[in-house]
Each structure stands twice: as structure tokens, then as C-alpha cells.
Ligand binder design. Structure first.
Ligand SMILES: [Mg+2]
Length: 186
């Protein structure tokens, strides 16, 4: 699998037109996101992508360590909501039931709609919300368009939907720019 540089981003180092697709950080896995740190920063709502963020594309079971991490987020006092535009609603429902978290399925990201619906449902402001996902042009851009901070995670596996593979080509180009704003982990 391709190298994935992790660290914190400084969007102010980027041209203004690229700032909407700049995440706060890039991490190896959702497990690197510290629930207590989110709560300490005033976050109240965690929005999550599913495919290649929590589990592999078309996966049927959330790995136990990921399920434990979701429980830790809930225990830290945050609401958790999955935002997905999957074409397999039954699978989404089963995964979310297993995790014990609700979901919103609506228009394709980067539409802001799911993000706005989630904030409305949980009475959270954009500043109190945070998105975690594996794609720049859907998860990160959609969240940023709704004024929400986004954390970019390394995709769980290389297997993915054809459209996503095309989007990854764009990501690779964009990444060269984003790297200029990255303070890489030691
Ligand atoms: Mg995804």
C-alpha cells in the first residue's frame, strides 16, 4: 500500500482556493483519534464515514478495536453519527446497529446536506462537530463546506468503488499541494 504521510496541517500555508479541502490532520487510522482530546477541545458531535474508514469497502463486520474506539468516543461524552451515501442501506443499518450508533444517509458528499442534518439533529454547531473520513473530495470537502473540521484517515484497504479510484487520482495531485502545509509526525 502507498505511503501515507501523517501529521497536522496548516491551511494558512496554502492558497485560499485549496483551504476548503485541507483537513486538520492526517492519521493512520481512526484509532489514532483520541476521544478525550476531542472532548477537551469542546467537540460534541463526531461524524463518521464508513467504507475504508471504519472497515474495508463492502466489509460486513466492524473490527473489534474500532468498535471499542467508538464506545470510547461515546463514553467521552460525544454523540456519534455515521454519514454515508452507500447504495446498500441494509448493510449500513446492520453495521450501525452493531456499533450502537445512528446514521444519516442522504445526498452524495461533498453535498453539505448530511452534515447540516446531523448538526441540526444533535443541536451541535460546526465548531462543536468533527468529521473523520478517508476521502478528500467527499468527506473532507463536504465537512469543510459545512464549516466542520475534518480528519483524514488512511484508507483501510486498496479495494474500492471504481469512482473512488478515479477520485484517488485527483487526491494524489492535490496531496502534493497539501504536503506543503503538513507538519509531519516525527
Ligand atoms: Mg470512505
Amino acid at each position: 500500500m502507498r505511503r501515507f504521510r501523517t501529521g497536522r496541517y496548516h491551511p494558512e500555508r496554502l492558497p485560499r482556493c485549496l483551504q476548503p479541502v485541507c483537513p486538520t490532520a492526517a492519521v493512520e487510522s481512526v484509532l489514532c483519534v483520541d476521544p478525550c482530546e476531542l472532548a477537551a477541545r469542546g467537540k460534541r458531535l463526531l461524524l463518521l464515514d464508513v467504507d475504508n474508514t471504519l472497515l474495508g469497502w463492502k466489509g460486513r463486520e466492524v473490527p473489534p478495536d474500532v468498535a471499542r474506539w467508538v464506545r470510547a468516543v461515546l463514553q467521552a461524552g460525544l454523540k456519534v453519527c455515521v454519514v454515508s451515501n452507500t447504495k446498500r442501506p441494509r448493510r449500513l443499518k446492520e453495521l450501525c446497529q452493531a456499533l450502537g450508533v445512528p446514521f444519516i444517509r442522504d445526498r452524495f458528499k461533498p453535498s453539505r446536506r448530511m452534515f447540516l442534518l446531523a448538526m441540526e439533529r444533535y443541536g451541535a454547531t460546526p465548531e462543536q462537530s468533527i468529521m473523520v473520513g478517508d476521502q478528500l473530495f467527499t468527506d473532507v470537502l463536504g465537512a469543510r463546506r459545512a464549516g466542520i473540521e475534518a480528519i483524514w484517515v488512511r484508507q483501510v484497504s486498496d479495494r474500492e468503488f471504481l469512482g473512488t479510484k478515479l477520485s484517488r487520482l485527483g487526491e494524489r495531485i492535490l496531496r502534493r499541494w497539501l504536503d506543503r502545509a503538513l507538519e509531519e509526525d516525527a
